[in-house]
Structures are given as structure tokens and as C-alpha cells.
Write a protein that binds this ligand. Structure first.
Ligand SMILES: C[S@@+](CC[C@H](N)C(=O)[O-])C[C@H]1O[C@@H](n2cnc3c(N)ncnc32)[C@H](O)[C@@H]1O
Length: 298
């Protein structure tokens, strides 16, 4: 990871940890008990990997089989985990998308005229970047290489998938030095759409590597973000998260339209647990969280 990318993830982590946690009790109980189950049923004879391990706020490390590896690109994540859980697990600090460095370089290039090196005006920079983004293909090479070398029996994905798009936005803003998104949600924003497509490709590529990993998979992630106030009810499980939300709430898809079961199910993997709940993250911002376990058979 380059220094600016690590610093950005560190800043995001600090912002996450400094939020008011007082209404997170139910979320933390549910996410911890889901991940606890994944750790308890893991085959202790095979490596276990926790992606998006962060500071360990959601991860019950005391239940992790010996040698369980944490993965998080925030440079302080392992130290925070050590302070919180009094353990020092093996750790990988690589970018899980494999595409953030390319994204940052492309955004920086788009801000400048190649012939003069002068800054482009904002509209041209926006257009240039929107035109270049479709050629970027994020590929989680570091993860695929780690899996091929270690052959994990279980992989837990601890609330990181929904972060890819947020981190990508911050990276583009930092590289340009200004915020390029159109504030009017009614107007078309080709750059935001191109970045949403980049996010979709990065999530799909990661799920492809997980599907082919041979490991049992325990994933928990933001499925949607609800910004409107008012009551928010969840009905019984529906394949479509939007149909399960029973209120007229305005919700945005945190996974850029990727359906996780559709991406993972196939020969050998069976969906054995599925649940969703509401996480009141901050006043006026509630997340629909999805937890899914996939076991191997055959
Ligand atoms: C919402 S936090 C997860 C919290 C964590 N499960 C815990 O228990 O503290 C998301 C985590 O994903 C990490 N992250 C985000 N994008 C990443 C990427 N592209 N590669 C690796 N880690 C990433 C962040 O550094 C952050 O720690």
C-alpha cells in the first residue's frame, strides 16, 4: 500500500471509531455472534482468514483458532486489535480490491493536461476521469495469491465489502484535490456512475476469488444505506433487500447492485444462514446489514 492510501484508511478508521456508539448495541451483538459462529465452526486444522478485520470492534478474536490471520489495509488495525483483544495475530495490510493505486494514479492524471502539465478546468477533469474509469479492472491479486499459498478452510468478510465504494470516492477526491460529485441527485453524474461501475467490478472480482477459494464463507456487510428519517421496518427475508424494507425509505445500494448469493452460489457452496438487520449508525443514517454464511458440500 502506498503511504497516501494507508493514511486515508487510517483517517477513515479514526472517523469510524470516534462515532457515537451508544445506539450500536444490537448491531454489535448480532455481528459478533455471527462472526463467533463462523470462528467456532471453522476447521482448526486449516487456516482461517478475516478480511476487513479492522480494530476488532466486531470480531471476537478470543474464539479464533490459533494462527487466524487478519487482513486490513489500515496500518494501525493490528495494533488496535492487539490493544482491544490482547493478541498479536498474523496480518496482511494489502488493498483487497487490488485497484486503489491505479484508481488514485488515474484520478491524479486526469486533473492535469499531459501536454502542458497545467491543471485542467474541473469540468474537463471530470469528463476525462469518467472516460478513463471503464478501462480500469480492479483485481484482488494479493488475496488470490494468499489463498493459493495458504488454502484457508474458512474466510470471514467482516464489514468491508460496502467500504470499497466509500474509500474509492475519498481516493478520487484526494487525488483531484476537490469534490467532483454533482450535489443535485436529480442530475445525471457520469463520473459518479463510472465510479459506481468500478465499485461493482471490484466487489464482483473479490466475490469471484472467494467463490473459487474452496473455503467456507461468512460475510457480513452493509447492504444499503438509508438516509431518510421516519420508521423503518423489515419484513420476512426476501431475496431482494429492497423488497424486505417495508417502509417508503430512500435507500442507496452499498454494493453497487451486486447480489452476493447470486455471485457465490454454484456447485459446492450452499447458503446456510441469511439475516438482515438495521444498524443505526448515526442520526439520519441507518444501514441495512446483511449476514450470509456459505458452507461447502461434496
Ligand atoms: C467498517 S470497518 C470494519 C470494522 C471491523 N470489522 C472491526 O471489527 O473493527 C471496514 C474496514 O475495512 C478496511 N478496508 C476498507 N477498504 C479496504 C481495502 N480496499 N483493502 C483492505 N482493507 C480495507 C478499513 O481499513 C476498515 O478497517
Amino acid at each position: 500500500m502506498s503511504k497516501p492510501l494507508s493514511r486515508l484508511l487510517l483517517r477513515e478508521q479514526l472517523a469510524f471509531l470516534s462515532r457515537d456508539h451508544s445506539s450500536w448495541g444490537e448491531h454489535l451483538d448480532r455481528v459478533r455472534s455471527f462472526l463467533a459462529e463462523g470462528l467456532q465452526v471453522a476447521d482448526p486444522a486449516r487456516p482461517v482468514l478475516i478480511l476487513g478485520a479492522g480494530s476488532g470492534l466486531e470480531v471476537p478474536w478470543a474464539l479464533a483458532p490459533a494462527g487466524t490471520t487478519g487482513w486490513d489495509a489500515d496500518p494501525w488495525s493490528r495494533v488496535w486489535t492487539a490493544l482491544r483483544h490482547r493478541c498479536w495475530p498474523p496480518w496482511v495490510f494489502e488493498d483487497l480490491t487490488g485497484g486503489l493505486a491505479d484508481l488514485a494514479a488515474t484520478a491524479s492524471r486526469s486533473a492535469l493536461e499531459p501536454w502542458s502539465g497545467r491543471r485542467r478546468d474541473r469540468e474537463s477533469a471530470r469528463r476525462q476521469l469518467a472516460g478513463l474509469l471503464p478501462s480500469l479492472q480492479p483485481k484482488p491479486h494479493a488475496l488470490a495469491t494468499w489463498i493459493a499459498a495458504h488454502r484457508p478452510g474458512s474466510i470471514l468478510v467482516a464489514n468491508v465489502l460496502g467500504q470499497f465504494g466509500v474509500v474509492a470516492e475519498r481516493i478520487v477526491e484526494a487525488a483531484l484535490g476537490w469534490v467532483p460529485w454533482d450535489p443535485d441527485p436529480e442530475r445525471a453524474d457520469p463520473l459518479a456512475e463510472a465510479l459506481e461501475d468500478w465499485n461493482r467490478r471490484s466487489i464482483a472480482a473479490l466475490l469471484g476469488v472467494l467463490r473459487d477459494s474452496g473455503a467456507e464463507l461468512w460475510l457480513v456487510h452493509d447492504r444499503a444505506v438509508v438516509f431518510s428519517g421516519g420508521p423503518l421496518e423489515l419484513g420476512p427475508w426476501e431475496a431482494s433487500w429492497a423488497r424486505q424494507l417495508q417502509s417508503e425509505a430512500e435507500a442507496s445500494d452499498a454494493l453497487a447492485g451486486v447480489d452476493v448469493p447470486e455471485s457465490l452460489l454454484g456447485p459446492g457452496l450452499e447458503l446456510t444462514r441469511k439475516e438482515r438487520w438495521i444498524w443505526p449508525l448515526a442520526p439520519g443514517q441507518r444501514h441495512l446489514v446483511e449476514a450470509l454464511a456459505f458452507r461447502r458440500h461434496g
